[in-house]
Design a protein around this ligand. Sequence first.
Ligand code: TRP
Length: 343
Amino acid sequence: MIQIQPKQSQKTARKIMVSAVQPSNRLTLGNYLGALKNWVQLQSQFDCLFFAVDLHTITVRQDPKELREQTYRAIATYIAAGLDPNEVTLFAQSHVPQHAELAWVLNCFVYMGELNRMTQYKDKSAKQGQNIPVGLFTYPALMAADILLYQTHLVPVGEDQKQHLEITRDIAQRMNQVYGDELFTIPEVYTPPVGARIMSLQDPTSKMSKSDPDPSSAVYLNDSDDQIRKKLKRAVTDSGTEISYSPEKPGIKNLIDIQSAITGQSTQTIVDSYVGKQYGHLKVDTAEIVAAAVGPIRDRTEEVLKDQAFLNSVLKRGAEKAGARAEQTLKTVFDRMGFIPRG
Ligand code: TRP
C-alpha cells in the first residue's frame, strides 16, 4: 500500500491519478485484471482521470472507422467494468486540445538523445521499417503532457511504461527549474497492492497484448463464452503433470494467476485445490472462472454501446471537466514562457 501524506493545505483533497489506454484494439483480460479492475477499486480513493488516447494511436496507421468504434468501445468497457462516470473523469484525449498544445511545448524541452533511448520507440520503429513517423519518436512528449496537464500525483502503469514516466519526471523537473518549482507536480508510478500481470495464452513468457497478431493469445473482453473456453483449452501449458506455481511452469503459473486475480484467492490456496488433478482440470476451471467474470462486462459493454446518446454525454462532460483543469495548467505554462494572454 502506498502511504498518503497530504500536505497541510490539501488535507481533504484526494491525490490526482491519471491513466490511459490506446484504443487501438479491443481490450483484453490482461487490461482488465492488470489495470481496469484496480481502477474500479481506486476510483473513490483518488481523484481519477481515465481516458482513451486516440491521438497516440495514430503514430501507427489506423482505420478511421475502426478507431472511432474502438474509442467508443474503450470508454463503454470502462463503464461496464464499473468505473462510475459521476465519480471519475472519462474522456477522449482528442476532445481536450490542451494535450496537443502542451505536447508541443514539452517537445521543446525533451532531447533527441533522451527519446532515442526509449525502448518502446526502438521496438516499434524497428517493426515500422523505413518510414518512421516523427510522432512515434515524440510519443513520450504527448504522454508527458497527458500526465503533467492535470498536476498528477500518481500514474498506475505497468513495467513497460515506467521509462515513459521517468522521462515525464525529467521533463517536469527541467521545466520547474526554469519556470518555477510549482509549475508541474512531479508524478510517481503507482503500484497497486495487488497487481496482476497476465501473460499471453500462447507464449506465457510475454505479456498478454491487445496488439498480438495471434487472436488466440488473448481473451478479449468481448469474446463469447465459447471463444473463451476454446482459447483456454488451447492455452500453452508446460511439460510435466503436476500443478505447481513456479517460474519454470509459466503456462500453469499464468492460469493460476488469472484465477487468483479474479477470485481473490491466494495462489497457494488454488494450487492446494489441485493436488492429484491434471492440467486439463485447471484449464476447464479457469475457462469457467474467466467466462463468469468477462460475461457480464461483455454484455454490459454492448448495452452501453447501444446508447450512443449516453456515451456522447459522458464524453462531453468528461472533456469539459478535464479541459477546465488542463486549461489552468496550460495558461500558467504559456504565461511563464512569455506568451501574450489569449484575452
Ligand atoms: N503509453 C501508454 C500505453 O501505451 C498509454 C498512455 C498514454 C498513458 N498516455 C498516458 C498511460 C498517460 C498513463 C498515463 O500503455
